[in-house]
Design a protein around this ligand. Structure first.
Ligand code: UD1
Length: 429
């Protein structure tokens, strides 16, 4: 298994191109199941999760073809992919495929909407807490699907098609909003999704669906209106920039010090994280190339953070923010409100010399003068990158093992950081 070795203490200087968002690319790829025409997605990141989903979609009958690179394109630029589900050859998503990635469960929405049936394995356990699918099941039932659980699979049937209805989500779940919205595009009549997630990735999916002929309003707000249409068409859509990747490199720069431009990053998707990073002492400015992050000379102030659904502070940046706070001048509190048990990084940060105590969903971090490099283990996607951030500032060498977690969601992380001067390398074994 590959490891990443970092020699800390080098400020970051330069620019990092921000990739297309993983969390937008996945639902957009799944949307290709809704039409027999070609959906062309640009700026698709090269990530293990994306590859896995190509594989899962191929099982349902989606043909995928990658368009070649144009001359002059940056080697870190995203790929353009044509996805065509001319015919759905299998409405079944088996356990061995779904268990590797929770988002693949979302195929249930388009499959039942287009084919009148779907059998999708319940996603397996996940390291960041129990992540049930009750909102998906209740949402699809409200649209008229018959749903039963059979041998660990969710079986959804709507032979005569789905029918629009009011769906009120108990919490603004990202996955349930994507799934119900996709299903509702082909339902008869109007669906109103209340307490919908408002994340930029929801807006990106809605815009792509609209380009495919769907009738959707209100996306980006808490109530989404979908007026069903008999069929959708092909379209061309560009995946939005990854706000979590941008926020991660912004935090890395705040941690290591230096001056980095995050090319293509959008400040409006990062308002709350930017506010907190500025309070912590980073200078962040919007330029015509993206976001410029600087921290030169002065220390890191201790700042509290609490995760919340968008536009609140994202749970996907919680671990990275905590890494920054380990070097804060004073004591800060980081509270996780979205997932229970999303503190697996704490014990690894402690191995680097951080002082963190946990009480329920709140971590109290007492800033230390200096972190010291050590071997640490990645436990999940975002937790693992928090260890890289800490390693960039730690004295000596940090070796992060189990980096397959990183490869799920960070495209060419070592190249992006090393072109800003970081001493980081991948060790293959
Ligand atoms: C998505 C993101 C993930 C991010 C999360 C929250 C993708 C691929 N993943 O995950 O990176 O951390 O949003 O921003 O986009 N819940 C239920 N029942 C359900 C569904 C959800 O109780 O049927 C709960 C979850 O346990 C959690 C909360 O709702 O407490 C929010 O989860 P959700 O927004 O659904 O997360 P995901 O879509 O899985």
């Amino acid at each position: 298994m590959d490891r990443i070795r970092i020699t800390g203490g080098v400020p970051l200087e330069g620019s990092i191109p921000i990739s297309g968002a993983k969390n937008a690319a996945l639902p957009l790829m799944i949307a290709s199941l809704l039409t027999d025409e070609t959906l062309t997605l640009q700026n698709v990141p090269r990530l293990a999760d994306v590859q896995k989903l190509f594989h899962i979609l191929a099982n349902h009958g989606v043909d995928t073809s990658f368009q070649g690179k144009r001359s002059g394109e940056d080697q870190l630029a995203g790929q353009t992919v044509d996805l065509t589900a001319r015919a759905i050859i299998d409405t079944c998503a088996p356990y061995d495929l779904v268990s590797t990635m929770r988002a693949s469960f979302w195929v249930i929405g388009p499959l039942v909407a287009r084919m009148g049936e779907a059998r999708v394995s319940l996603p397996g356990g996940c390291a960041i807490g129990t992540r049930p699918v009750d909102f998906f099941i209740d949402g699809l039932r409200a649209l008229g699907a018959d749903i039963e659980i059979d041998r660990g699979d969710v079986v959804a049937r709507a032979r005569a098609g789905l029918i629009g209805n009011r769906v009120r989500l108990p919490k603004p779940s990202v996955g349930a909003t994507h799934t119900v919205m996709m299903a509702a595009t082909l339902a008869r009549g109007e669906t109103v999704i209340e307490n919908a997630a408002r994340e930029p990735e929801i807006v990106d999916l809605a815009e792509c669906l609209i380009a495919m002929g769907a009738r959707i309003e209100g996306h980006g707000g808490a109530t989404i209106y979908v007026d069903g249409v008999p069929r959708l068409t092909g379209a061309r859509h560009r995946v939005l920039p990854d706000r979590i990747e941008a926020g991660t490199y912004a935090l890395a720069t705040a941690m290591a010090g230096g001056d980095v431009t995050l090319e293509g990053a959008t400040s409006e998707h990062l308002e709350r994280p930017i506010e907190l990073m500025q309070q912590a002492g980073a200078e962040i400015t919007v330029t015509n190339r993206g976001l410029r992050v600087r921290r030169n000379g002065h220390g890191i102030a201790a700042v509290d953070a609490e995760t919340a659904p968008y536009p609140g502070f994202p749970t996907d940046l919680q671990a990275q923010f905590m890494a920054l706070m380990t070097a804060g001048n004073g004591t800060s509190r980081v509270t996780e409100t979205i997932f229970e048990n999303r503190f697996m990084h704490v014990q690894e940060l402690v191995r680097l010399g951080a002082k963190i105590s946990l009480n329920g969903q709140t971590a109290t971090i007492e800033g230390v003068e200096e972190l010291r490099g050590a071997p640490v283990m990645a436990t999940d996607l975002r937790a693992s990158v928090s260890l890289v951030i800490a390693g960039l500032a730690a004295r000596g060498q940090t070796e992060v093992s189990r980096v397959y977690h990183l490869d799920r969601g960070f495209e060419r992380l070592e190249q992006k950081l090393s072109r800003c001067g970081a001493q980081i390398e991948r060790l293959s074994s």
